[in-house]
Design a protein around this ligand. Structure first.
Ligand SMILES: CC(C)(COP(=O)(O)OP(=O)(O)OC[C@H]1O[C@@H](n2cnc3c(N)ncnc32)[C@H](O)[C@@H]1OP(=O)(O)O)[C@@H](O)C(=O)NCCC(=O)NCCS
Length: 178
């Protein structure tokens, strides 16, 4: 749940609402190239399931879900979420997708991760934001590292990938210790 809007040099991050659940959004979640490293692939995704997820997350005080919008084209290119947040420990998880393939490889994930992490430190008062990625998801790993995250661990054979193989997972975090 958040009412915050975050502006970065090239992006506009605003609360994701049920009205943002477009055919394109549902399509991202059903695209094997996009969902291969996402847990969402494990259950069928349609307009109703996406809308239910957005509504439930909006009602959850421990989660903050933003749409990622390019300033140049005004296109909604993906989503980014902080949550769940553990207020006692000042820690939260971050996850994202850039679903619009035409927007890949242009630094948008890096820019969104850095901005939402700074927001979590400054506005939510978190001390630590953490994230995991499958070992083959080198784009995600690189984006988090470029956004100031450090690899803290490698979980061996922690997940089963889309091809049914056991794969490892990197665990990364950034601390508000500047
Ligand atoms: C992974 C993902 C977030 C990367 O988004 P992006 O906007 O393309 O990432 P960036 O442009 O910020 O790239 C960051 C770095 O990773 C590199 N990179 C991007 N995709 C890559 C890939 N498939 N393989 C290797 N490196 C890659 C970029 O070149 C860049 O490094 P550089 O600046 O040294 O050249 C995006 O592809 C995505 O959302 N994929 C589907 C969902 C997903 O995997 N989400 C993350 C779950 S943990």
């Amino acid at each position: 749940m958040t009412g915050s809007v975050i502006a970065t040099p090239r992006l506009h991050l605003a609360p994701l609402t049920v009205a943002d659940v477009s055919d394109a959004y549902v399509g991202w979640l059903n695209d094997p190239a996009i969902n291969q490293y996402l847990e969402t692939r494990l259950s069928p995704q349609d307009h109703a399931s996406c809308a239910a997820f957005v509504a439930a997350t909006a009602a959850d005080p421990q989660s903050h879900l933003f749409k990622i919008v390019r300033q140049d084209s005004k296109a909604h290119i993906g989503n980014i979420k902080i949550g769940p947040v553990n207020a006692h420990h000042g820690a939260g998880a971050l996850s994202l997708l850039i679903g619009d393939k035409a927007s890949h490889g242009q630094g948008y994930a890096t820019e969104a991760i850095a901005a939402v992490t700074d927001w979590a430190f400054g506005t939510l008062g978190l001390h630590r934001v953490e994230a995991g990625c499958y070992d083959a998801n080198l784009g995600s790993l690189r984006a988090f590292l470029k956004a100031g995250y450090v690899v803290e661990g490698f979980f061996r054979q922690a997940r089963v990938d889309a091809a049914g193989r056991r794969v490892g997972m990197f665990w990364m975090a950034r601390l508000n210790d500047a």
